[in-house]
Ligand binder design. Structure first.
Ligand code: PEP
Ligand code: MN
Length: 343
């Protein structure tokens, strides 16, 4: 990673740097941070001569060699102080709450609009809602592009930014066109490297945030962070990690809740961790327990399925959504737990 003496390199300096690394089959990815640009060297960067030539340039302050599979997301890297903010929430300083239905029901727009108003009232800063759904069984409801219009209307009515899952390049383009604020990469696509790269490239140098779920069979922490690195290496370091339970499930829980991974992630990466209790436990009654545990473990926020009337929702909502009233109480509780952690 190249750190320049000034806040950024000039075009001529960048061209010179690019020409040097190209001689060693590497390339430069410019990462625009909030305060300064950093220049990641992508490729096999173990060339002593390349380093020496870069360090010798008069406008280069230093060249960091982070021996890590994820040098951009690494806690020791230059981006560790990279601030991420959405709807007034300074992530890692304030608890971020993303809430809304699992799945937007195109047949019942009012349920979405009422849920959106109610989760805002409860204290959520972002509205979630599945437009296109990854379903285990191909005959289940797969989502509907018509749902995108509804959730955009909910954003207009409430002013809440949106979190929507995209599963392929076509959905990504539609979400980007609609200026969706947080792109969710679901657990099934957590290791879809083509999609991760495409999202990074298409959102480079923008404020779009990416919420990367933990793969449900994904045990190693390094693999999870390296998946986030794909998005960052594409050009967008605004990646938040979202553990959501892994398989096999624990007795009656839908998955094996994995809140305890949070401190282990935080030892290695600066990426904010937004925990998803809803898919971890899979039952509304246990969502508060899992949420509070996650915050106690150091989560920076929560991604919670909530619905004005869970029983009439679709997708996961009847079994795992909580009501906005319950969400409001939960948000107050997690604020207390979080302040204990900070004291
Ligand atoms: C979801 O958030 O509704 C979802 C499908 O999540 P996951 O990919 O974690 O199952
Ligand atoms: Mn769901």
């Amino acid at each position: 990673m190249i750190i320049s003496k000034e806040l950024k390199l000039t075009d001529a300096q960048l061209a010179e740097v690019e020409a040097i690394v190209a001689e060693f089959d590497c390339r430069i990815q410019v990462i625009v941070g909030a305060h300064r640009c950093v220049y990641a060297i992508l490729g096999d960067e173990q060339h002593e001569l390349m380093f020496n030539r870069l360090i010798g340039l008069p406008y280069v302050d230093r060249v960091d060699r982070i021996e890590s599979a994820y040098k951009l997301m690494d806690l020791r890297g230059e981006l560790a102080s990279h601030p991420i903010e959405i709807n007034g929430c300074r992530i890692k300083k304030d608890i971020l709450v993303i809430a809304g239905p699992c799945t937007v029901d195109p047949q019942n727009p009012n349920a979405l609009y009422e849920t959106a108003e109610a989760v805002k009232e409860a204290g959520a800063q972002v509205l979630r809602g599945g437009v296109w759904k990854p379903r285990t069984v191909p005959y289940s409801y797969q989502g509907d592009t018509a749902a995108l219009e509804l959730i955009l209307e909910a954003r207009d009515r409430t002013g809440l930014p949106l979190n929507i899952e995209v599963m392929d390049g076509w959905q990504l383009d539609m979400a980007l066109e609609a200026k969706v604020e947080i792109l969710q990469i679901g657990t099934r696509n957590a290791l879809n490297y083509s999609l991760l790269k495409e999202i990074g490239q298409k959102t480079q140098n923008t404020e779009t945030l990416v919420l990367l779920k933990r793969g449900r069979h994904m045990a190693p922490i390094d693999e999870f962070i390296a998946a986030a690195e794909y998005v960052a290496a594409g050009g967008n370091p605004n990646v938040m990690l979202c553990p959501r339970g892994t398989l096999p499930g624990l007795d009656d829980y839908r998955n094996h809740p994995d809140e305890s991974i949070i401190p282990l992630l935080k030892r290695k990466t600066w990426a904010p961790v937004i925990y998803d209790p809803s898919h971890a436990v899979g039952r509304g009654e246990f969502v508060p327990h899992s949420s509070k545990a996650a915050i106690a473990y150091g989560a920076d926020g929560l991604n919670i399925e909530a619905h004005i009337d869970p029983a009439t929702g679709i997708g996961d909502d009847p079994k795992q959504a909580i009501t906005p009233e319950k969400l409001g109480r939960l948000i107050k509780d997690v604020e207390v737990i979080s302040s204990l952690g900070r004291s």
